[in-house]
Design a protein around this ligand. Structure first.
Ligand SMILES: [Fe+2]
Length: 246
């Protein structure tokens, strides 16, 4: 099986269009989305429709999805993120809001071998930002691989014989081999708002037969995404950060 793993689109339609081009060139059996369809970007309705039309095998909620549909308060968000949450809540169609409200909570188990979560397996809102967080997460993972999002950094943590290691996956087309006897905690990077100082949209493909995960970075029409953000009156730093990858 070939699984496309992606996360943190944040209402960025233009980044999705780059993903769509990749999908057309690759054989994908299943789509797995790790949360944050909306928030920050200017195309929440379009993104929800596009992702639904992919008929993902599994899709879980992110903290922004929860806040937009009122399942969580915006108190934990910084003022710019909170203002995007309010804008999104004001502009989202009712059927899309209902869809967000019904999204599952992570972690979920897929085909007995993949765990997925937005933040961490023990707390959907927790950021895994280093080996210490990863070690805690591994205690809650009972599958060979867990995919997570939320940090917007493409990263691979491994655990073998109680040793935890982390690798930042820079660049396009990097690949890792899934070894027996090793547990993996993998973030494909953010599709719609990368924060690793590369503005390129990120995703990954897991090939369960070849036992490989390949990381992709894709150019997309950042200027158009920025133009829409500014046109809608969303805070200008949300447009600026896209071209900086922060
Ligand atoms: Fe996010």
């Amino acid at each position: 099986m070939r699984y496309l793993i992606f996360t943190d689109i944040h209402g960025n339609l233009e980044s999705y269009l780059a993903l769509h081009k990749l999908i057309q060139r690759r054989k994908i059996d299943h789509y797995i989305f790790l949360g944050d369809l909306v928030g920050y970007g200017a195309s929440p309705n379009e993104i929800i429709q596009k992702i639904r039309s992919l008929k993902p095998l599994s899709i879980i909620r992110g903290n922004h999805d929860k806040a937009v549909c009122g399942l969580d308060s915006v108190q934990t968000f910084n003022p710019i993120a909170a203002s995007a949450i309010h804008w999104t809540a004001d502009h989202i169609k009712k059927n899309n809001l209902d869809f967000l409200r019904r999204l599952k909570t992570g972690p979920q188990i897929i085909h007995k071998e993949i765990m997925i979560c937005h933040g961490a397996p023990f707390d959907e809102d927790h950021y895994i930002f280093g080996e210490f967080d990863a070690a805690e997460a591994f205690e809650h993972i009972n599958t060979p691989i867990c995919f997570f999002g939320h940090t917007h950094f493409p990263f691979v943590y491994t655990e073998k014989d109680h040793l935890v290691d982390g690798t930042f996956m820079t660049g396009n087309s990097n690949e890792i081999k899934i070894e027996k006897g090793v547990k993996y905690l993998i973030n494909p990077g953010a599709l719609g708002q990368p924060r690793d100082r590369s503005p390129l949209a990120a995703c990954a493909i897991y090939d369960s037969k070849a036992r490989k995960v390949k990381f992709y970075r894709m150019e997309y029409d950042i200027e158009e995404a920025q133009r829409k953000i500014l046109k809608e009156g969303l805070p200008s730093p949300l447009a600026e950060r896209l071209s900086l990858g922060i």
